[in-house]
Design a binder for this molecule. Structure first.
Ligand code: UDP
Length: 324
C-alpha cells in the first residue's frame, strides 16, 4: 500500500508519517518546506514541490501509484486568516482542489482531510458532537468548512471517499524526541508556556482570566499529536475497507484550563513560568471540548498518549533539545 502525504514535513503531518511507517505502509511526502522542516521528513520518498502548481503535483501522481491521500497542506493561523483572507481562501482551497483533481485524473479514490473544531464556531453545547452546527467565525475555519463541502460534492459526483478529521488542540511530541512542534511564529499555548519557563527573557500572556470557567481562564481539549497520527492511519484503513465518508472529531474528551497547563508544566519542569494576565484574544470561546464517541465507535480509535501529563512531558522533552 502506498499513501501520498501532502505537508508531511509539518507538525501533524510528520507524526502521522511516523505512524504510517510503523505499520510498514509506503509513504510519499510532498511539501514545499515553507513552514515544514526537512529534518521532520521521515521517508526517503520526498518531493519538494508546491501543490498549488498542478503540473508539479501531477508529476508525482504520474510517478507513483497511490491507494490514498492524506492532505495536510494549509495555512493554519487564525489571526493571519482574519488579516489576509485572500491567502487563506486562495491557497487552502486551490491546494485541496488540485489534490482532488489529480486524484480524479489518476483514479485515486480515498482522501483523509485535515479539518478543525474551528468549523463549529462559537460552541452552543459542550462536549461538541459532529452534529453541532457548523458556523465558523474566521477565514481559517471557513476554508476548512468549505473544504468539507467540496469533498461532499466530489463524493456525490465522482465517487471520492473522504474522512474529514476535525482536530481539537494538537499537542505533544514524539516520545523519543525525534520530531516535535516548531512553528514560526509560535502562537500556541504549550510551547509558549515552556518558553516562559526556559527563556528568562520571555513572559507569557494569559489571554483573559475573567471567563466563566472555574479559574477564569479558557479551557481546551488537548490531544496528543501521535494519537492524531494514529487516527489518520485508522481512517485510511477504514476507507480502504469500504467504509463510508465521514466527519469525525479528534479530541481527548477532557478539558484543561490555561492555568492548569501552566501549573502542570511547572510541576514537570520544577521551574516557574513567567506570565502576566492580558486581554481576551478575539474569537476565543471560553470552552472547547470534543465528544469523541464517533472516532471510538467507527475507527476503533482510543487516545492512548493523551493523558495531560504525558502530553506535556513529551512537549517539554522536545523543547529542551529541539532538533529543528
Ligand atoms: N493562550 C494564552 N496565551 C498564549 C497563547 C494561547 O492564554 O500566548 C490561550 C488561548 O487563549 C486558548 C488556549 O491558550 O484559550 C489555547 O490556545 P492555542 O493558541 O494554543 O490554541 P487554539 O485553542 O487557539 O487552537
Amino acid at each position: 500500500m502506498r499513501i501520498l502525504v501532502t505537508g508531511g514535513a509539518g507538525y501533524i503531518g510528520s507524526h502521522t508519517v511516523l505512524k504510517l511507517l510503523e505499520k510498514n505502509i509506503d509513504v510519499v511526502v510532498v511539501d514545499n518546506l515553507s513552514k515544514g522542516h526537512m529534518e521532520a521528513v521521515l521517508t526517503e520518498n520526498f518531493e519538494k514541490i508546491d501543490i498549488l502548481k498542478i503540473d508539479e503535483l501531477e508529476k508525482v501522481f504520474k510517478k507513483y501509484k497511490f491507494d490514498g491521500v492524506i492532505h495536510f497542506v494549509a495555512h493554519c493561523y487564525v489571526g493571519e486568516s482574519v488579516k489576509n483572507p485572500k491567502l487563506y481562501f486562495e491557497e487552502n482551497l486551490n491546494g485541496l482542489l488540485n489534490v482532488l483533481n489529480c486524484m480524479l485524473k489518476y483514479n485515486v479514490k480515498n482522501i483523509i482531510f485535515s479539518s478543525t473544531c474551528a468549523v463549529y464556531g462559537e460552541p452552543k453545547f459542550i462536549p461538541i458532537t459532529e452534529k453541532h452546527p457548523r458556523d465558523p467565525i474566521n477565514p481559517y475555519g471557513e476554508t476548512k468548512y468549505f473544504g468539507e463541502r467540496i469533498l461532499k460534492r466530489y463524493e456525490g459526483a465522482y465517487g471520492i471517499n473522504f474522512i474529514s478529521l476535525r482536530y481539537f488542540n494538537a499537542a505533544g511530541a514524539d516520545f523519543k524526541g525525534r520530531i516535535g512542534e516548531s512553528h514560526n511564529p509560535e502562537t500556541h499555548l504549550i510551547p509558549l508556556v515552556i518558553k516562559s519557563i526556559l527563556d528568562n527573557d520571555f513572559t507569557l500572556t494569559v489571554f483573559g482570566n475573567d471567563y466563566k470557567t472555574e479559574d477564569g481562564s479558557c479551557i481546551r481539549d488537548y490531544i496528543h499529536v501521535l494519537d492524531l497520527g494514529e487516527a489518520h492511519v485508522l481512517a485510511l484503513l477504514y476507507l480502504l475497507d469500504g467504509g463510508k465518508s465521514q466527519y469525525i472529531n479528534l479530541g481527548s474528551g477532557k478539558g484543561f484550563s490555561v492555568f492548569e497547563i501552566i501549573k502542570t508544566l511547572e510541576k514537570i519542569s520544577g521551574k516557574k513560568s513567567k506570565y502576566k494576565i492580558g486581554e481576551r484574544r478575539l474569537g476565543d470561546p471560553p470552552i472547547l471540548v470534543a465528544n469523541n464517541d464517533l472516532a471510538k465507535e467507527l475507527l476503533n480509535w482510543n487516545p492512548v498518549y493523551s493523558d495531560i501529563e504525558d502530553i506535556l512531558k513529551s512537549a517539554y522533552k522536545w523543547h529542551l533539545s529541539p532538533k529543528f
